[in-house]
Design a protein around this ligand. Structure first.
Ligand code: GGG
Length: 409
């Protein structure tokens, strides 16, 4: 089993003293090689390997728009977990790395931002995006900088219809819509490489370079196969080899090689356009979907639409080797039209907290959080406006927190 495979998820309790070895003061965050920031795991002489420390340090990046509101919901949930199980403690620290910071300093994140975050066990991100800062700058300077800088090459996005939520697909229910999208998260179409020639002229040219490395494609495919095997579900690899004659063909070739290592996992290879069609027509056929950065991003929004909207789309940016902290976020953006009104659906944010706990070794708490969310949705009394209700973000968060039960032993 390769290192960092899903079967190892949660298998590394915090029995380490995390010493931090930071060498970089590089101001170009994207160019900091991950290895220069990595944490040294040092087991001190007095520590025993079977001592589990349950104090987790969580960096909070509320961001812009509705980000602070959904991050407050996440914080409330963490407090509620500690109230139920005092042996689980979360020490949070919030950083105002947002549009205001950009306007004041010219950067979304300080030059030592990654070095600061490297000291945490996990990162929670609310939302990024403000009309005063071009999106390609704000996203690149914080979300992509963290994903690439911390080698978070897996982006997990569950697509699961919960009880009490309706799907736009006629005649379909929760049994038909239960899958996970594994999106390559550090290269592909979002590598950030490219340039422009002859700007502001009739000869203007823009180039955006897709990067598909053998290491990058192999590791995301292996991760997805391990996940499919652990769940006993089929795997669909999504690409576009008939049009992308270099990168698409390469992805398909590597998929064919890796699939030979997993003869027990039923798998198929779909063109991205066909995948979009089949997701709507036959969602029950999908278990795990693996795709490059762009295709995974697009299909996960389609998936969100099938299970109630972006308010239900949670995600985990994982560094499976745990050399760096992983980052957890709702998929939705900053939604400036409803920012500050306390009406955003907090479910994606709370579900992302569940994914964070699973990564920190407490998958039982992820299950408990999703169960609490589902019980509130099935009751149908407390609902934010995106679900046709009139409840506030705070009311829905409190209802979910009140429904939370300790995981069964
Ligand atoms: N909640 C995180 C956020 O603000 N996401 C905005 C976004 O567009 N992200 C792009 C991506 O996930 O690649």
């Amino acid at each position: 089993m390769p290192e960092g495979s899903p079967a190892l998820r949660g298998a590394i309790p915090r029995v380490f003293t995390l010493g931090i070895a930071i060498e970089s003061k590089d101001s170009n965050l994207c160019s900091v090689a991950p290895s220069r920031l990595k944490r040294e795991r040092v087991i001190s002489a007095t520590e025993s390997l079977d001592v589990t420390v349950s104090n987790f340090r969580i960096a909070l990046l509320p961001g812009d728009g509705i980000g602070p509101e959904v991050t407050s919901a996440a914080r409330e949930l963490l407090d509620a977990i500690t109230a139920i199980d005092p042996s689980l403690h979360f020490q949070t620290e919030a950083f105002s790395w947002d549009a205001e910071q950009y306007l004041a300093t010219g950067s979304m994140m300080p030059s030592d931002g990654l070095a600061t975050l490297a000291q945490f066990d996990a990162i929670f991100l609310g939302a990024i995006g403000d009309e005063r800062v071009p999106d390609h700058i704000s996203l690149r300077q914080i979300i992509f900088a963290i994903r690439q800088g911390f080698n978070q090459y897996i982006n997990l996005r569950p697509v699961k219809l919960l009880g009490g939520v309706s799907t736009p697909l006629a005649g379909r229910g929760p049994d038909d819509l239960d899958m996970v999208i594994v999106r390559e998260n550090s290269e592909g179409e979002y590598s950030g490489l490219g340039g422009t020639l002859f700007p502001d002229s009739d000869d203007e040219v823009a180039l955006q370079t897709s990067v598909f490395s053998r290491r990058g494609v192999e590791r995301v495919l292996r991760y997805a196969f391990e996940l499919a095997r652990s769940k006993g579900r089929p795997l669909s690899s999504v690409s576009k080899g008939n049009a992308l004659n270099f990168t698409g063909v390469f992805w398909d070739e590597v998929f064919s090689e890796i699939s030979a290592e997993y003869p027990d996992v039923p798998s198929n290879n779909l063109l991205v356009d066909a995948a979009a069609l089949h997701l709507v027509q036959h969602p029950e056929k999908f278990g795990v979907i693996v795709a490059s950065n762009l295709f995974g991003d697009i299909l996960s929004d389609l998936g969100a639409a099938l299970v109630g909207g972006l308010g239900f789309a949670a995600s985990a940016n994982l560094n499976p080797e745990r050399t760096f902290p992983s980052m957890f976020e709702p998929v939705h953006g900053s939604a400036p039209d409803i920012a500050g009104k306390n009406v955003a659906n907090p479910v994606a944010s709370l579900w992302a907290v569940g994914m964070m706990l699973a990564h920190l070794g407490r998958v039982d708490w992820e299950d408990a959080i999703v169960a609490a969310i589902e019980s509130v949705l099935v009751d149908g009394i407390v609902r934010t406006p995106d679900l046709g209700g009139t409840s506030t973000t705070s009311e829905m968060t409190t209802a979910i927190v009140n429904a939370l039960k300790a995981p069964s032993a």
